[in-house]
Design a protein around this ligand. Sequence first.
Ligand SMILES: Cc1cc2nc3c(=O)[nH]c(=O)nc-3n(C[C@H](O)[C@H](O)[C@H](O)COP(=O)(O)O)c2cc1C
Length: 181
Amino acid sequence: MEFKQAAKTRRSIRRFEDREIPREVFEEIVESARFAPSWKNVQPARYIIVADPAKRAELAQPECVFNFTFNLATLESARAIVLLTYVKGRSGYERDGSFSTPKGAFWEAFDAGIAAQTFCLAAHDKGIGTVILGYFDEEAIRKAVAIPEEQAIGAVIACGYPAESPAAPKRKEVGELMEMI
Ligand SMILES: Cc1cc2nc3c(=O)[nH]c(=O)nc-3n(C[C@H](O)[C@H](O)[C@H](O)COP(=O)(O)O)c2cc1C
């Protein structure tokens, strides 16, 4: 898919077909996502793909989404729930563990965000719908899925073959967003 088309037609998808996503499809998506830029190329992002129905059901619980029923419905519909994690203490840090800049640990979330968008665009290119979920309770999720101690969850991404095709929410015009000096 051509870049402009991919960027413009990717939508957050919250309803999915009852159809599992083959492992090879995720391998191709991560094959693209791994080219996302990162702080000093430390490549902190990891993709824990929860596809097993029983495990998925453990994540599609009110306590995992702060009782936000809107997200609960999305997780119930998803055919894979991706825990996009990042290895802590790398992005924005020096080798001795000190912060590289006054922005401190800000770059960890920044790198996770770039990885998330690259993942979502690559998924879109493969016909897989995604939605990034910010309402998630990391502690509750860790009780259901074993996540390595040194990793933190940057985002939860619900995935599946789309069962809806929402219109694009209104975007600000270029003139509102850009300034050239
Ligand atoms: C950091 C972040 C957190 C988000 N959290 C949620 C969420 O918890 N639940 C949800 O349904 N959508 C969530 N979204 C999706 C946004 O609502 C969506 O991207 C926005 O409305 C624009 O729609 P579009 O993705 O179709 O262009 C999140 C998106 C981002 C980038």
